[in-house]
Design a protein around this ligand. Structure first.
Ligand SMILES: *[C@@H]1O[C@H](CO)[C@@H](O)[C@H](O)[C@H]1NC(C)=O
Ligand SMILES: *[C@@H]1O[C@H](CO)[C@@H](O)[C@H](O)[C@H]1NC(C)=O
Ligand SMILES: *[C@@H]1O[C@H](CO)[C@@H](O)[C@H](O)[C@H]1NC(C)=O
Length: 285
C-alpha cells in the first residue's frame, strides 16, 4: 500500500516535473528548429548570391568540353588528316591540364607548351590562308581546296574552334557557369591560346601566304584583329616572300574598303618594312 502510494505520489510528482521539463524541452527544441530553418534559408540565399565560381562576363566552358576535344581529335587524326599520328588521350589531358585548377585570368603561353608540343604540325609552303572577318568564307574555301590550311584546319585549331573553356583556382573542375571575357582580363585562357596558336601558325608559314579580308566593312585590314595584331607581325621574312590579300566584296553590298583603301595601305606599309612582297586583288562572291 505504502509503496503503491509512494509510487503514485512520486509518479504524479514526476509527471508534473516532467511536463514542466517537457515544455522547456519543447521550447528549446522549437527554438533550435527555428534557428536551423533560418540558417538553412539564409544559407540558400547567400549561396545563391555568392556561388562557388566568380561571375565572369563571358560564357562558361562549352558543355562536354572533354568529350568534344577528344572526339574532334579523333575525327581529325582518323578522317581529316590520317597521316598525322597523335595520341588524342594525351592531347585531351594536356589541354585540360593547361587551365584546370588555375586562376582563369592568369594564363601564360607556358601553360600551353605541352599541348602545342603534342599538336605539332607542319603546314606545307604556299598553303597558309589567314582570314579576318571572313571566317566562314575562308573555311568554305579550304573545304573545297583541301590542301589549303586556315588555322582551324590544323589539329589544335580544329579542336578548339568555337569552344570556350576555363577553370577555377579553388576547384579542379571545369567552370561551365562563366569564363572571363577580354573585358574581364586579356590573359584569359582562350585569348592566350588563340594568340599563341596564331603566332606559331604565322611563324611557321612559308612561301606565298594568302589572307581573305572583308571589303564590306570599313577597315578590311584591322590592326586590332588577330591577323593585324599577331599574324602579320609573326610572318618570317626569311620564309615568306609574298602576302597575297583578297578583299572580298559581298555582292549586293556597298564596298566599304578596297585594295586602294587606307587600311590596305597600312598593311602594305607594314609588309614593305618587313621586306615581304604585297599583292592585293578584289573579289566578289
Ligand atoms: C567581369 O566583367 C564584368 C563587366 O565588365 C563585370 O560586371 C564583372 O564584375 C567582372 N567579373 C569579375 C569577376 O571581375
Ligand atoms: C563581311 O562582314 C559582314 C558583316 O560582318 C558579313 O555579313 C559578311 O558575311 C562578311 N563577308 C565575308 C566575305 O565574310
Ligand atoms: C585597338 O585597341 C586599342 C587598345 O585595346 C584601342 O585603344 C583602340 O581604340 C582599338 N582600335 C580600334 C580601331 O578598334
Amino acid at each position: 500500500m505504502a509503496s503503491h502510494r509512494f509510487r503514485v505520489v512520486s509518479g504524479s510528482e514526476n509527471e508534473a516535473f516532467c511536463s514542466k521539463r517537457a515544455k522547456i524541452c519543447l521550447g528549446v527544441f522549437l527554438g533550435l528548429l527555428v534557428l536551423v530553418a533560418v540558417a538553412v534559408v539564409l544559407g540558400i540565399l547567400l549561396g545563391r548570391r555568392s556561388p562557388k565560381h566568380q561571375q565572369w562576363d563571358g560564357k562558361g566552358s562549352t558543355a562536354n568540353f572533354r568529350e568534344i576535344v577528344l572526339g574532334r581529335c579523333y575525327t581529325y587524326t582518323q578522317l581529316v588528316h590520317p597521316e598525322l599520328s597523335t595520341d588524342c588521350r594525351k592531347i585531351e589531358k594536356a589541354f585540360i591540364n593547361a587551365f584546370i585548377s588555375k586562376d582563369p585570368c592568369s594564363a601564360t603561353e607556358e601553360d600551353y607548351v605541352p599541348l602545342l608540343k603534342l599538336g605539332d604540325q607542319t603546314v606545307p609552303c604556299d598553303k597558309t590562308v589567314f582570314w579576318s572577318k571572313t571566317k566562314e568564307l575562308a573555311h568554305q574555301y579550304t573545304w573545297v581546296q583541301r590542301e589549303m590550311f586556315t588555322l582551324e584546319n590544323t589539329l589544335l585549331g580544329y579542336i578548339a574552334d568555337d569552344l570556350s573553356w576555363c577553370g577555377d583556382a579553388d576547384s579542379s573542375e571545369i567552370n561551365h557557369e562563366s569564363c572571363p571575357s577580354r573585358r574581364n582580363c586579356s590573359s584569359n585562357f582562350v585569348s592566350v591560346f588563340w594568340n599563341l596558336l596564331s603566332k606559331r601558325f604565322a611563324e611557321n608559314a612559308c612561301g606565298m601566304v594568302q589572307v581573305l579580308l572583308n571589303g564590306s566593312i570599313s577597315n578590311a585590314f584591322d590592326k586590332n584583329s588577330t591577323f593585324g595584331r599577331v599574324e602579320v607581325h609573326s610572318l618570317q621574312p626569311t620564309k615568306v616572300h609574298t602576302l597575297q590579300a583578297w578583299v572580298v566584296q559581298d555582292i549586293g553590298k556597298t564596298p566599304r574598303d578596297t585594295c586602294s583603301g587606307s587600311s590596305l595601305n597600312d598593311l602594305k606599309l607594314i609588309l614593305s618594312r618587313r621586306n615581304i612582297k604585297f599583292t592585293c586583288q578584289e573579289n566578289y562572291r
